[in-house]
Design a protein around this ligand. Structure first.
Ligand code: UTP
Length: 309
């Protein structure tokens, strides 16, 4: 079911916000001048993986929340006339397709500026004028989900039946609750959890559950009222979780356990893990990558020793 099949009483999700104004400090020095979201997962930047997942879910408008100097994130999706012409003239059809795969029409791609990285909640608030008065998706490109159906596609299918607000959730080890937004669950059928509370980064002993939010959300526009107070939460940041918690009780709020494996590309090891997993699962290069990894792991790769003459 796409957004066009939404029942009359549920407004379709047509827009997605991509908060990409952060500093990416965990990736320094790689991210000194290069945005974290432009780092390559197999063959395309993280931001393109997120945009493609959104497109596959039926999203029509794309809102990037960026900071000064990160405009390259927009350029990646705008038609590159010179490159297109050259590839056409040389008959490079495959490469042409690759370039076209990341084009978004200029009037469907909006930039909202966040002048200071005050937190995820503040970044979302910066997108309010482009979102307007309709439900919208939020996608954090750091989080990638490998599976058959895209994570946002699964969420929109559920949203089209349930309406309200919906976050993607997964169980995390108890000792990791202080890295995530954690759910306080009212009822749970194993797939969909009805949420009665949310806590940002609780210590394991205070965590109401181990169900944590990952970087995919569908929210109603009333979230902007809850964000407008700019109240600081955990880590001194304006937290999206705190604003979402205020919507609970006023509107339906559910967590969806999605099918797939989630990788956290926000730090070195998670990024390396994601690259291994995605490249091993690639129909094009998967078997070669497996061979390479086995060789290196077994220490049987070719080594060149040049003896001094
Ligand atoms: P992260 O905390 O993972 O990203 O925020 P970061 O701040 O760039 O990275 P580190 O912690 O310094 O290494 C999750 C997402 O929210 C965005 C980030 O760009 C990232 O996509 N974000 C975060 C903003 O857009 N603005 C903010 O103020 C904070």
């Amino acid at each position: 079911m796409g957004p066009m099949n939404t029942p009359d009483n549920i407004k379709p999700v047509r827009k997605a916000v991509f908060p990409v104004a952060g500093l990416g400090t965990r990736f320094l020095p790689a991210t000194k001048v290069m945005p974290k979201e432009m780092l390559t997962l197999v063959d395309r930047p993280l931001i393109q993986h997120a945009v493609e997942e959104a497109k596959a879910a039926g999203i029509e408008e794309f809102i990037f929340v960026i900071s000064k100097g990160k405009e390259i994130l927009k350029d990646h999706f705008i038609k590159h006339e010179a490159l297109t012409k050259t590839l056409e003239a040389r008959g490079k059809t495959q490469q042409l397709e690759a370039v076209k795969s990341c084009e978004i029409p200029a009037d469907k791609l909006h930039l909202a500026y966040q002048d200071e990285p005050l937190g995820l909640g503040h970044a979302i608030w910066c997108a309010r004028e482009f979102v307007g008065d309709e439900p919208f998706a939020i996608m954090l490109p750091d989080d990638v989900v490998l599976g058959d159906a895209g994570c946002l596609t699964q969420m929109i299918e559920t949203y089209n039946k349930a309406g309200g607000n919906l976050v993607a959730v997964m169980d995390v080890p108890k000792e990791d609750t202080n890295k995530y937004g954690i759910l306080d669950v009212h009822s749970d059928d194993g797939k969909l959890a009805d949420i009665k509370g949310l806590v940002e980064k609780p210590e394991p002993e205070n965590a109401p559950s181990t169900l944590s939010i990952i970087g995919r959300y569908i929210l109603q526009p009333e979230i902007f009222e809850k964000l407008s107070g700019h109240e600081k939460g955990a880590g001194g940041e304006i937290q999206l979780t705190d604003a979402m918690a205020k919507l609970i009780g006023e509107q339906p709020f559910n967590g969806l356990r999605f099918d797939g494996t989630r990788y956290d590309c926000g730090h070195h090891l998670g990024f390396i893990e994601a690259n291994i997993a995605y490249s091993m699962h690639s129909p094009k290069i998967g078997s070669q990558v497996k061979e390479i990894i086995e060789k290196i792991a077994n220490g049987t790769e070719e080594k060149i020793h040049v003896a001094a003459g």
